[in-house]
Design a binder for this molecule. Structure first.
Ligand SMILES: [Zn+2]
Length: 201
């Protein structure tokens, strides 16, 4: 799944993914094939990094929504409407003449129209933005979400997953698009036992 992004921590060559010894494994190609041949890792361990991708996507989605907050001129619109009502009351009570009332009313109604149009445009843009944000976690759980779509989603978050040789202090780290120089590292499961025995040297 992460094949296009997995790189060897020793030589930085892209690693190959495939089935070896009955399990999915990523391994560095041989020296004659452009790698160093010195690093391999069980696929399951590496594919856990999709969780980081999903979390990164969720953070980006939240930022996208925050950048377009709800329309902030509701008060302004309410005040214009209140003035229209008050003006009408003054006119009906004969406190103001028609020659004063109608031009003022026209101006207030024009303001109200502008505000209503603005609100409609704003809300449409907001709805559109929210609908455009896919629920990646839900998509990921859907078996019909194709491999290419998954890899495209990963590419938006990760530049590379770097696999360091197994052994004491072994680790997998990622280079995230949002933080290319930094590292996100998930704790290694069963670091000392299980998986390393199944490793291909
Ligand atoms: Zn290598």
């Amino acid at each position: 799944m992460l094949s296009p992004f997995v790189r060897c921590g020793k030589c930085t060559a892209p690693m190959r993914g495939g089935v070896r010894g009955g399990g999915h494994v990523y391994w560095c190609r041989s020296k004659t094939d452009g790698g160093c041949g010195g690093c391999s890792r069980r696929g399951g361990e590496v594919d856990r990094y999709t969780e980081l991708v999903i979390q990164d996507h969720e953070r980006a989605s939240l930022r996208a929504i925050e950048q377009l907050p709800p329309w902030d001129k509701e008060d302004e619109l309410r005040i214009v409407r209140q003035k229209i009502t008050e003006l009408g009351e003054q006119y009906r009570a004969d406190n103001i003449s028609g020659s004063t009332y109608f031009p003022l009313l026209a101006k207030l109604e024009s303001d109200e129209r502008k505000l209503k149009n603005e609100r409609q445009r704003h809300e449409a843009a907001r709805t559109q933005r929210m609908e455009a944000i896919p629920d990646l976690r839900r998509q990921w759980a859907d078996p019909n979400f194709a491999l290419e779509q998954r890899q495209a989603a990963v590419a938006k978050s990760l530049i590379a997953v770097v696999i360091h040789p197994t052994g004491p202090g072994s680790r997998i780290s990622t280079r995230a698009r949002s933080n290319p120089s930094g590292r996100s590292t998930l704790p290694n499961r069963n670091d000392a036992s299980g998986p390393s025995k199944a490793m291909i040297p």
